[in-house]
Design a protein around this ligand. Sequence first.
Ligand code: MSP
Length: 526
Amino acid sequence: MSKKPFYITTAIAYASKKPHIGNTYEVVFTDAVARFKRMQGYDVYFLTGTDEHGLKIEELAKAEGISPKEHVDKVVAEIKEICKIMNISYDGFIRTTDEQHEKVVQKIFKKLYDNGDIYKSSYEGLYCTPCESFWTESQLVDGKCPDCGRDVETANEEAYFLKLSKYQKWLEEYIEEHPDFIVPESRKKEMLNNFIKPGLQDLCVSRTTFTWSIPVTFDPKHVIYVWLDALTNYITALGYMSDDDTLFKKYWPADLQIVGKDIIRFHGIYWPIFLMALGLPTPKKLYAHGFLMMKDGKMSKSKGNVVYPEMLVERYGLDATRYFLLKEFPYGQDAIFTPEDFVNKYNFDLCNDLGNLLNRTIGMVNKYFGGNVPNYTGRINDVDADLEEIVASKISEYENNMEDLHFSNAIESIWGIISRANKYIDETAPWTLAKQEETEKLESVMSHLVETLRIVAILIKPAMTETSNKILSQLGINEEASKEYDTIKEFGKTTSDLKVIEKGEPIFLRLDANEEIEYIKNKMKE
Ligand code: MSP
């Protein structure tokens, strides 16, 4: 049977500066969804990339005395390096400076013009350069850009416009009839009530005031508005309107597009209208996540509060960093990074709860059975049934949470299993069973613990790939055998004739909390 396709995307990052830990959250989150879907047997295509045109980038390059292309090449290399460090399993990486993308954006612009959805006129408005956005007087907040709070300038230019107004009614109805199109619900309401219902004005989709963008083929003093250029990446990357559109035919419409709350407006309004105007279906779901903040607000060099992902990965490992990001964000809301929280999560969740469960289990299997895991023989001890039932119910809770993108809750479901298993050791007291020579009961405890850890290792895989493999290998389970996701649905199915490692390295070493909090704080000031 052929696998069901699943197309998932992140927003494409501005190639303006090196990403910090906040910028990294989105790719890590999306990567975890992609891995979960692959594990469930979907044929996943995961796209990420970079947004490289526009005035802001032209200005940054000028200030550095290099060309815009040199500037973006440098930043894109840094962004790709971060993806590598964070073990991001993307299938495609699109750059908006890719030749194929540029050509197709030009074709898209021409098609919309030929269809009468784009027309030429002139524009006078208030423009925010850093955000590349035009605003009306009433949209400003205290006379400043409502997005970034900076000054806006009056700009007047001959320009092309896209008829957003023509599609307003359609979009309003579409969003109302498809309650899962924009999530969370609060964002959907915000789109409808604050932006769409008050009325959509036609969108200015060309500029003449700078050159670092894609020219309009039939009127080359105009360049194409960066958001039209950027949003279409999701289809140009699949070969839409190119010589080879196999991927496009297979994967479009996207199953899930993940973006930050600051840009859901572009994805929830402009993007479906562009697609409708092109005669294409809209993505099935748009999810807007929150922002990673610091106690004193946004991360910025001037505040001395920037945390870079490579620093955390180098000192605490990849999985501790990924775990923090995925656990910390409540669904659709902001999260706060504090060094205290990072270190505590490491010590309590990873080292105490998970690490100790593995160590104790490996130690006991070695001590009582010379490393050979007794085969599963059913529910022998009084608490065996309870452990098995908790495992089953937490697996289904985990699946629902993952499906609904409630990642922090999904992690809690896994930790529900871990803490039940730790309690199970105390309740069954294997040391007493050994002393009393209750071999059958002792065998059952060991097989239950190993099986529970195998299940945990599989469930944490989308979030913590390295740790998952380390646990499996310490338990003597072949990584290939663990790929069959459905094996976790029947307790005790696959843990026969295993031999655990003689002396397992601790997967997380306990940190000296004060020392490490200081370490992170100092790094933030560098
Ligand atoms: N280039 C546009 C997106 C175009 S998509 C067609 C852009 N780039 S960005 O680099 O500023 O942001 C990339 C993504 O990271 C966005 O979804 C944005 O919301 C997200 N984040 C940026 N800073 C963030 C945090 N501090 N925390 C979490 N996500 C953050 O917007």
